[in-house]
Design a protein around this ligand. Structure first.
Ligand code: SF4
Length: 682
């Protein structure tokens, strides 16, 4: 050890990246992180991935925003906090008086803590007076919340990482490149398959790493998941493999399901999905005859049929009794570190904290605690806000820790909407593509520079510990929100995140029994209704949270995606993530090592498609959709013929220039996984 390493102290906190929520031991000297590694005292039990181990480096980046900025004559000028906060408050008040509260919208953030999300939505509802508040869950798991709620009465991961690791006899991984997007869970699956012989079914148009470990790999056409899952249920019913006792005692609506899946014979489904019928039969039989856990991510949710996809998976689990037991369930892997928590905290336009509906008795109770009136009309979702901004209906936006200029579909349209605003406030760590368009930028502290809680993908509420002091004059998001609220007339006096959490415990019944003291060492899983409750590892063991306690089969018919390939645009584009980078790259692209590994965007293409275009590995390809075009390098890969894949991390060749903003009608999630494109060599 060098002297410097000997001087380090270890502080444990939660990884700022994906929803697995690994505990990471950070080794700190002075105000500088020296190195980090997975902590044995977390859900990860010492495991980590490249982002957990090295991804903290953005904290010390020279490019961090260190002072508040106001744009004057097209240029940002450094100002004091007082000046920036007064300006934001007075402009928001002016716009509210002139056009009404509904002309203002806010984006909260799944990167921020529960306390900050809670405060942000409370600010929008009580201080501004609108439900126009949403966050990136709209783009990743809105259909999970709606689909699982419909079937189970609750929209969260049913099981825990621990029971999935120890007890699942089979994993059905669909629409999740787990080893890249949730690496520690990917490792867990590989360990279970290799170590104790668990079976693995993968459904994905790409040859993702887990496909190498699988018993069956079904390469379905993007957008045909409802057909594939209905096909599996058809086989299960026709082979008499359903769990009759479970169906009879714990569910309703079975006859309707049976009727709908009748026509999805393996032959018919092969035509729709491109998956050989033998594989569909084999997968269905394997799934139904084991203790099976479904694991899915955005390959399922980001479709115009996203709610149908999720509900169909839940139907499949019900049909075989694979719910409410160890090693089973329907397990959405949440993307961002705190996407579960941001939803729990009500950073959504149609529900309040704890998923309380607007205009109900519960909403009245929350009003009493908040001391103010909550509007009853549903607010706008992320994509609807951008449409309203480009039409001049939304005049001002307050965006905290999100980068819609790169993350949202149909980028040209989003940028046009943001430019059309009269006033844009962005609160962030870096000068993101969205921040560049702002009138005011408020520098925020990162999650390694503050306290609060995150809720991971398995509903575990975990405590953050401050690792280093905030850079420059950056402040925690909760402090900034409160200062703006006070300047707009709110009588708020939270002294620290714990104060806010104590209020959350009163408002959100699922969190009532969780205290900072109880989660000091290891988090608790909600629902945790009182201080003596141990938290809930597995949902729906005895009863479903529906009016009659039964789960509701909710069958869906297959509907094609909004845009299918045709003569003009013959390829299907699907988008996603890489192991090294994260989302719009705001954090990971500040890290030299990650940029060396993956410096730029690429398009994965099947070898025969590449041959037909006369393209070789590394050649430049122009990819064009009806909405725009980008140039990227070709990467010849094992992907379904006719399908191409582009990661969406790279602003300079943004995949979302190409994507379509058609929405799932129920969850309003955009179809980021299917767009028709054409390709040519540059
Ligand atoms: Fe962080 Fe996710 Fe990697 Fe764990 S798996 S270290 S939470 S990025």
């Amino acid at each position: 050890l060098t002297t410097r390493e000997e001087e380090t102290k270890k502080i444990t906190s939660i990884c700022p990246y994906c929803g697995v929520g690994c505990a990471i031991d950070y080794y700190v000297s002075g105000n500088e992180i020296i190195y980090a590694k997975g902590s044995p005292n977390g859900v990860n039990k010492g495991d980590d991935c490249i982002k957990g181990r090295y991804g903290w480096q953005f904290v010390h980046s020279e490019e961090r925003l260190k002072k508040p900025l106001i744009k004057r004559n097209g240029k940002f000028e450094e100002v004091t906090w007082d000046e920036a906060l007064n300006f934001v408050a007075s402009r928001l008040k002016e716009i509210k008086e002139k056009y009404g509260a509904e002309s203002i919208a806010g984006l909260s953030s799944a990167k921020c803590t529960n306390e900050e999300n809670y405060l942000f939505q409370k600010f929008m509802r009580i201080v501004v007076g609108t439900n126009n508040v949403d966050h990136c869950a709209r783009l990743c798991h809105a259909s999970t919340v709606v689909g699982l709620f419909k079937v189970f009465g609750s929209g969260a991961m049913t099981n825990s990482l621990e029971d999935l690791e120890n007890d699942a006899e089979l994993y059905f991984v669909i629409g999740s490149n787990t080893t890249h997007a949730h690496p520690v869970i990917g490792t867990m699956i590989k360990r279970s398959v290799k170590g104790r012989g668990a079976k693995l079914i993968v459904a994905d148009p790409r040859d993702i790493e887990l496909a190498e470990y699988s018993d069956i790999h079904m390469r379905q056409r993007p957008g045909t998941d409802v057909a594939l899952i209905n096909g599996m249920m058809n086989v299960i019913v026709s082979h008499g493999l359903e769990d009759r006792e479970f169906v009879e005692n714990r569910t309703e609506g079975y006859e309707k399901l049976k009727e709908i899946v009748k026509k999805y014979t393996p032959e018919y489904v092969e035509k729709l999905t491109g998956v050989p019928k033998e594989d569909i039969i084999k997968a269905a039989v394997l799934y139904a005859t084991h203790r099976s856990a479904i694991i899915y991510a955005m390959g399922i949710t980001q479709h115009t049929s996203g709610t149908g996809n999720v509900a169909s998976l839940a139907n499949l689990a019900l049909l075989t009794g694979n719910v409410g037991k160890r090693g089973t369930g329907v397990n959405p892997l949440r993307g961002q570190n705190n996407v579960q928590g941001a939803g729990d905290m009500g950073a959504l336009p149609n529900v309040l904290p704890g998923y309380a509906k607007l205009g109900t008795r519960k909403a009245r109770e929350i009003e009493k605690i908040w001391g103010g009136k909550i509007p009853e009309k549903d607010g706008l979702t992320v994509v609807e806000m951008m449409h309203a901004a480009s039409k001049g209906v939304i005049k001002a936006m307050y965006i905290m820790g999100e980068n819609p200029a790169v993350s949202d579909p149909d980028q040209k349209h989003v940028i046009q909407g943001l430019k059309n605003l009269e006033f844009l406030v962005v609160q962030d760590l870096f000068m993101s593509e969205t921040a560049q368009l702002a009138d005011v930028i408020l520098p925020a502290a990162s999650s390694l520079e503050k306290e609060g809680t995150f809720t991971n993908t398995e509903r575990r509420v975990q405590l953050l510990h401050r690792i280093v002091e905030p850079v420059g004059k950056a402040k925690p998001d909760w402090w900034i929100i409160q200062e703006i609220a006070k300047r707009m007339g709110a009588d708020w006096n939270y002294e620290n995140p714990k104060d806010i959490f104590e209020e959350i415990r009163k408002v959100v019944p699922q969190y009532s029994g969780i205290t900072y003291e109880r989660i000091e060492k290891f988090g608790l899983q909600w629902p945790c209704p009182d201080k003596n409750h141990e938290g809930t590892k597995i949902l729906h063991e005895d009863i479903f949270p529906t009016p009659n306690g039964l789960a509701r089969f909710s069958p869906y018919e297959y509907k094609p995606p909004a845009e299918e390939p045709d003569e003009e645009y013959p390829f299907v584009l699907t988008t996603g993530r890489t192991y090294e980078h994260f989302h719009t790259g705001t954090l990971t692209r500040k890290i030299d090592g990650f940029n060396e590994l993956i410096p730029e965007a690429f398009v994965e293409i099947h070898p025969e498609d590449a041959d037909n275009l006369g393209v070789e590995d590394g050649d430049c390809i122009e990819v064009e959709s009806r909405r725009g075009k980008i140039k990227v390098k070709a990467k010849i890969a094992r992907i379904k013929k006719g399908v191409v894949f582009i990661p969406f991390h790279f602003a300079e060749s943004a995949a979302n220039v190409l994507t379509i903003d058609s929405l799932d009608p129920e969850a309003k999630i955009p179809e980021l996984k299917v767009a028709a494109v054409r390709l040519k060599k540059c």
